[in-house]
Write a new protein. Structure first.
Length: 263
């Protein structure tokens, strides 16, 4: 009989990091992993740190997971840890299914992609003056928008997107492109004339970040989400809709979702 491996000590710092990874909710049942005592409102942990691939697999688990992906070589490390509520942890340890295992593997893979993405944000800059373009969006009245609408003949958002983008995203981006594309293009030209920013530099920055997201394996819906977040973080734009309008411009302008953007 193989000797059982002893579990590594998991520090409070690692536990809090793992809790943050799942945004404080159990990945299997979505229960909150921190609760407050009714008596004094003190927060209490109601989670365990679980091994995704079992540390000391039973014969049943070895057979069940024989052909499944293992996230890392050291299964007793943070790369194979995930936080679960105590009830789900008990069930997972004793009665896990291959579907639950795959679900947790996908959750952890997404977490790892987001972490890698976050670590590179500092090196993926976006010219701050793009925020001036966002400010000018507010200055457009109904007449200006009507006079500058892009022809539907020129609109080919659907040619740039795939099934992962989703119909609602496609409709939203199409609407933003029709109403704002010409004005944003004009605003970028104005920035260049004022020597505040080079539109070519901004386009290359957007293209570079998109290429990195693509390399990380994000689908188009996730890329749209991450691009919007990136615009907000790097420019100080507080309104999500403005970030979506700007990202939509670069989709139409072929910095995002274009075959040649990865060349």
């Amino acid at each position: 009989m193989a000797e059982k491996l002893r579990r590594a000590q998991v520090t409070d710092t690692v536990k809090m990091s793992l809790l943050a990874e799942v945004q404080g909710k159990c990945p299997l049942c979505r229960k909150n992993l921190i609760k407050r005592k009714v008596s004094n409102n003190v927060p209490v942990r109601v989670f365990d740190v679980a091994h995704i691939y079992p540390l000391n697999a039973t014969e049943r688990e070895l057979e069940l997971l024989e052909d499944e992906e293992i996230l890392c070589d050291d299964i007793d490390s943070e790369g194979n840890f995930i936080t679960l509520c105590k009830e789900c942890h008990k069930m997972y340890d004793t009665q896990k299914t291959v579907e639950e295992y795959r679900q947790l593997v996908e959750v952890k893979k997404t977490i790892n992609k987001i972490r890698a993405l976050t670590e590179t944000w500092d090196n993926q800059t976006l010219h701050g003056d793009i925020a001036l373009v966002a400010e000018r969006i507010d200055q457009l009245d109904a007449k200006k928008l009507q006079n500058s609408k892009l022809s539907y003949d020129a609109l080919k958002v659907s040619d740039k997107t795939d099934d992962t983008f989703g119909q609602l995203n496609e409709m939203k981006v199409s609407m933003f492109v029709v109403n704002y594309f010409a004005n944003i293009k004009e605003s970028l030209k104005r920035l260049e004339m004022e020597r505040k920013a080079s539109s070519l530099v901004i386009c290359n920055q957007v293209r570079s970040y998109y290429s990195m997201l693509l390399y990380q394996g994000f689908n188009q819906s996730d890329i749209f989400e991450q691009m919007c977040n990136w615009f907000m973080v790097n420019t100080g734009i507080n309104e999500r809709t403005k970030a979506e309008v700007l990202v939509s411009y670069f989709i139409q302008h072929c910095e995002i979702f274009s075959d040649d953007s990865t060349e």
